[in-house]
Design a protein around this ligand. Sequence first.
Ligand SMILES: [Zn+2]
Ligand SMILES: [Zn+2]
Length: 270
Amino acid sequence: MPQPSRLVWRSDLGWSSYSPAADADPKQGLVIHYDSADQNLANKSHSACIDYWNATRDYHVNSNGWVDIGYSFLACAHGYVIEGRGPFKQQAAQRGANDTHYSATLALGPNDPIPDEQVRAVRELRAWLMEPDTSISGDVYGHRDFNSTSCPGDAAYRMVRDGTFTKNPGDDIPDDGGGGGGGGGGDAPDWPGTYLSQPPVEHSAACETWQDRMRERGWVDSDGRELTVDGWYGPESERVCSLFQSQKGLAVDGIVGPNTWDATWEAPVT
Ligand SMILES: [Zn+2]
Ligand SMILES: [Zn+2]
């Protein structure tokens, strides 16, 4: 996947080409953010997004005292990806994961719409960051997966959970029915909030739930026998997880995170 079709570099904004932030190599995915206040940028011209981005940087540097704007990127309502700290930089965006995950804000509030162009911008950004140079995992998260926050808002978080952002840029975009209210997307039980991985081999109720569903989907162990449902996430679970991820076009890491969890219930059984 080439770079996003509408990419604005920080140097295009008159900022220094490279952020003064510390170097990092975030590999574990992309975290979606929003603004806690409605911005109505979808109904304004794109120049309002540039103004927003400059003002955000100003605030982060001069009021927060940060070395630079907090986020890696902005994916705007007009389909542009605008560089913040950019690639290979530590962020001030999601506490505990500023060196491990990239961040993209949608610059919208709880009642702002999320236009299709904006969804496509996130997809293009993700696909670009998955290229060999940066080679991040294709997993997409919401800020609330890491910290206690409303971010990125219920509407965007539904899209995080139902896999809207992890599709190819050209794929259809389901109607989300706008912001506010609404029940969680699809039929998957809520992601338990913990990653199933090994080693060490650990026992959890979430693992048992996942194994049971995988068994129900017809997965078998390496001896061809019905999958053991014992709640222990070991090599056998990891093997099946990787095969499933590969079959469903997910990032193959053998770890059950939110995207794999949801796909376990929502992806068609093939
Ligand atoms: Zn956030
Ligand atoms: Zn814009």
